[in-house]
Design a protein around this ligand. Structure first.
Ligand SMILES: [Zn+2]
Ligand SMILES: [Zn+2]
Length: 366
């Protein structure tokens, strides 16, 4: 089977068989006269048998089954989907940067001047602090989530604690590791491949990903609420454009109206969509699961319940402990320095060996 996997050997074998097939096709010189029907049918059946042998000797594999054939048939489709997703990843990252920049520019040009001219000083200070804190958190976590490697199993170490072998990488897979077909590599504690980050979410960037979702949602809610009155004003102004005689607005004012409407619609829609995703991931983190494990654990729960047994997730250390493990909180002050401020600390553990609830002595300690 290993020899068959070498393409050079396959080509030379195919050529040998093809030559033999050609020799059989060549008309024999002398002796047979020409056109004996018996001879032709004999030759044809010989060629048919030889063609079948040729096909079987090239493609026969005792491990083949219908699933393998189906996988092979769909291989080009998978290849196209993976490559398109990889390519779209770059487009999506550019889109996130472009839309975030446009929102920031609109806030600086149209929202902040209104706040400065109409709000009392304490509200101006609050808006400046809150807005800039959210902006820094969003930019920092997005940059870190896209540029931090999620972590891969080491290739130089042979004796890894593994649960299976990756069929694509032909390397041992440690617990919670899964293969990403888009990145074409095994990822430690793989959650999912995120096209908006053009990166996999795994052990080393899970916190950055979640914090980005959280702060982006908060930032969108903040923008949506702050620009709500301006949006209502801009909306009624745009409605009045069609009146006769049309109201006299300057170019800056009409641009402002359109920009505010774009800002409010965009931030409100992103707040709803991303808010839903953030809540979903919060639920997964509280349960001590990744997105991939959610499906595996569901299946396992069903399988065991049919046998009258109960499934227990070995990575669920209690809600509070799961959150502390994600944010790397080891003492109270870390909630401020590691969660509410940008921090580059590494997550606990190496992503290869895991502290399971069955082997843990003190389940409440982190
Ligand atoms: Zn792999
Ligand atoms: Zn990936």
């Amino acid at each position: 089977m290993r020899m068959g996997s070498s393409w050079r050997w396959q080509v030379s074998r195919a050529m040998r068989l093809a030559l033999r097939w050609c020799r059989l096709c060549r008309p024999q010189k002398g002796g047979r006269g020409g056109g004996s029907k018996l001879w032709i049918s004999g030759k044809m059946s010989e060629l048919w048998i030889y063609s079948k042998l040729l096909l079987k000797s090239l493609y026969y594999n005792s491990l083949n089954n219908f699933d393998t054939l189906l996988d092979c048939a769909f291989e080009p489709v998978y290849w196209i989907v993976d490559n398109v997703t990889r390519w779209f990843g770059v487009v999506f990252v550019c889109l996130v940067i472009l839309l975030t920049t446009s929102v920031v520019v609109i806030v600086y040009l149209f929202v902040l001047p209104t706040i400065f001219s109409t709000y009392p000083v304490h509200w101006i200070v609050w808006h400046l602090c809150c807005g800039h804190w959210l902006l820094i958190m969003v930019v920092f976590h997005y940059y870190k989530a896209t540029t931090t490697s999620p972590g891969h199993p080491p290739k130089d170490k042979i004796h890894l604690p593994s649960v299976s072998i990756c069929k694509k990488c032909i390397t041992p897979k440690p617990p919670r590791t899964h293969h990403c077909s888009i990145c074409n590599v095994c990822v430690l504690k793989m959650d999912h491949h995120c096209p908006w980050l053009n990166n996999c979410v795994g052990h080393f960037n899970h916190r950055y990903f979640f914090s980005f979702c959280l702060y982006m949602t908060l930032g969108c809610i903040y923008c949506s609420i702050s620009s709500r009155l301006l949006f209502l004003e801009a909306y009624s102004a745009i409605e009045s454009y069609s009146q006769t005689p049309p109201p006299e607005y300057t170019f800056r004012e009409t641009t402002g109206h359109k920009s505010i409407i774009f800002l409010w619609v965009l931030t409100s829609s992103v707040a709803v969509a991303l808010g839903g995703l953030t809540l979903w991931h919060s639920m997964l983190i509280s349960r001590g699961e990744t997105s991939v494990e959610r499906h595996i654990n569901r299946k396992e729960t069903k399988r065991l319940s049919e046998k009258g047994k109960m499934f227990r997730n070995p990575h669920h250390h209690g809600k509070a402990n799961n959150w502390k493990a994600l944010f790397g909180v080891e003492k109270k002050s870390h909630w401020f320095t590691r969660v509410l401020l940008p921090s580059t600390h590494l997550p606990g553990g190496n992503g290869i060996t895991w502290d399971l609830i069955f082997t843990r002595r003190d389940p409440m300690a982190i």
